[in-house]
Design a protein around this ligand. Structure first.
Ligand SMILES: [Cu+2]
Length: 123
């Protein structure tokens, strides 16, 4: 009886070990690669103004503003971030739907502010 219990326990420990090893290896393989997309917010345009991503792709938008504070707002995806001169504003996201989604600057930055916009294109 004792030996049965002992061997059962050992089997369980082995199974747990294999499971832990398997999920650790699985995690390493499943770790998504993040593609960095650099965008400059200047008076009065985003460069580039068209951002292309794939649905399900992990990306990180990295904004800089060389002149004055700007704001990036892509309301269709619930994305928004302040862009402050001297800093990199990082906005990681994964698009979950295909289509063209407009974005704009939502921090008043001067007389061309109203025309400061662009499009996220998800394919
Ligand atoms: Cu603006």
């Amino acid at each position: 009886m004792t030996s049965f219990t002992h061997s059962t326990r050992r089997t369980l420990i082995c199974a747990a070990g294999a499971l832990a090893l398997g999920s650790a290896a699985g995690f390493a393989f499943a770790k998504p690669k993040v593609r960095v997309i650099k965008i400059v917010a200047k008076k009065f345009e985003f460069v580039p103004s068209e951002i292309h991503v794939k649905k399900g792709e992990s990306v990180s938008l990295e904004f800089t503003a060389p002149e004055v504070p700007m704001g990036f707002n892509l309301s269709d995806m619930g994305l928004r971030i302040d862009i402050v001169p001297g800093k990199v504003a990082k906005l990681p996201f994964t698009a979950d739907k295909v289509g063209n989604f407009p974005f704009l600057c939502d921090v008043f930055c001067g007389s061309g502010h109203e025309d400061m916009n662009g499009t996220l294109i998800v394919t």
